[in-house]
Design a protein around this ligand. Structure first.
Ligand code: GDP
Ligand code: MG
Ligand code: ZN
Length: 341
């Protein structure tokens, strides 16, 4: 018998995807098969490759299950969770269809996000505001609400407060975190958004995995692999993985939270997501000033009578943010041939 069931890609490594089935569909499958848990391991149809369709963590998919083939498959492999997490797909299971995406990101590569936590450290590594602003503006452009998290405040409490003030002034929600600090405000925020799909994004080493482990110990316990120890003894996240929030908050929580491997500055600057015409609109604190400049074609870089430059001078817009704007403008102004991602 052939069955079609729906679920979400929660992890993809080397062309092998972990699909978490929707609750009703997992039940449907369990009527036919001795399925343990609600995760299927499978590949995508070959046609996806031909169409150059990259399956992403967060994708909602339809999976085709041949129950006879699956039953005939290696049951021992299915019984052992450890083995299941290795390279073998379940027999008779294939991703058949990818449902339309609400949005997609290339860095980190994910689909259907509601919220993006932009994470940076108050120190170690020293934040590069341009990188942070780039991530924020991409999130704004894709219409996923960016929320700022400043980590390692224990190492540089004053710097953490200054960065927080800067981004709060622009109208963002900001959370300050650090070793030995009370993370309950952020935990509450995530609990209130437990029906959403969110991700922790930011450069590697800023403390994303550490924070996730601290806030959501039950996610770590059930998966045991939020931070895998490498030979060097460092915690690294090698791939994106979505963690179901019901593990932490109980059945009503239908959302997911993702840890991502982060990115290097180099990965990041290669991608152009929006044009220079979009640029003023992806800085939310610029909004009240747009349309008030002397020249209708004002670029807000150096013109006389620019309302935005005036606001920077008066301290209404943080000058660091306008510096990011200028830097992005410089890159974007010479580009004509957009490969929008
Ligand atoms: N002092 C301090 N160190 C931290 C904090 N969070 C993470 N670290 C350290 O920073 C390093 C990188 O953390 P990790 O969570 O792997 O960063 P990720 O790459 O963003 O996931 C590790 O050595 C952590 O122990 C923090 O709040 N305070
Ligand atoms: Mg990590
Ligand atoms: Zn202007």
């Amino acid at each position: 018998m052939e069955l079609k069931v729906n679920g979400k890609i929660i992890k993809g490594v080397g062309g092998l995807y972990s699909i978490r089935l929707n609750a009703g569909d997992a039940d449907k499958l369990r009527c036919e098969l001795p399925l343990e848990g609600d995760i299927l391991l499978c590949k995508g149809r070959g046609v996806f490759r031909h169409e150059k369709l990259t399956l992403l963590a967060g994708d909602n998919v339809t999976v085709r299950v041949d129950t006879e083939l699956m039953l005939a498959g290696d049951r021992d492999a299915r019984a052992s969770h450890a083995k299941r997490d290795t390279e073998e797909a379940d027999a008779g299971v294939l991703i058949d269809e990818v449902l339309p995406r609400k949005n997609e990101l290339i860095r980190p590569p994910m689909a259907n996000l509601d919220l993006l936590f932009v994470v940076f450290a108050a120190a170690k590594p020293q934040p590069i505001l341009q990188t942070i602003d780039k991530l924020i503006t991409i999130a704004e452009y894709k219409k996923l609400s960016p929320v700022i998290i400043i980590t390692k405040a224990d190492l540089a409490p004053d710097a953490a407060e200054e960065y927080a003030a800067l981004y709060r002034k622009c109208g963002f929600d900001v959370f300050i975190e650090g070793e030995g600090m009370d993370g309950s405000a952020l935990e509450n925020f995530i609990r209130q958004n437990a029906d959403k799909v969110s991700a922790f994004a930011g450069a590697s080493g800023v403390g994303k995995s550490t924070l996730m482990n601290r806030l959501f110990p039950s996610l770590g316990l059930t998966t045991g692999e939020i931070s895998a120890k490498t030979a060097r003894g460092k915690h690294t996240t090698r791939h994106i993985e979505l963690y179901p929030l019901d593990r932490q908050f109980g059945e009503g929580a239908s959302g997911y939270i993702a840890d991502t491997p982060g990115f290097s500055m180099l990965d990041f600057v290669q991608y152009d997501f929006y044009t220079k015409d979009d640029l003023p609109y992806v800085f939310r604190e610029f909004e009240p000033y747009i349309g008030r400049c002397r020249y209708t074609k004002c670029t807000h870089t150096k013109e006389e009578g620019c309302a935005l430059l005036e606001a920077v001078k008066n301290g209404e817009i943080p000058k660091e943010r306008h510096e990011s704007y200028l830097a992005f403008y410089e890159v974007l102004k010479n580009k004509h041939d957009w490969d929008r991602k």
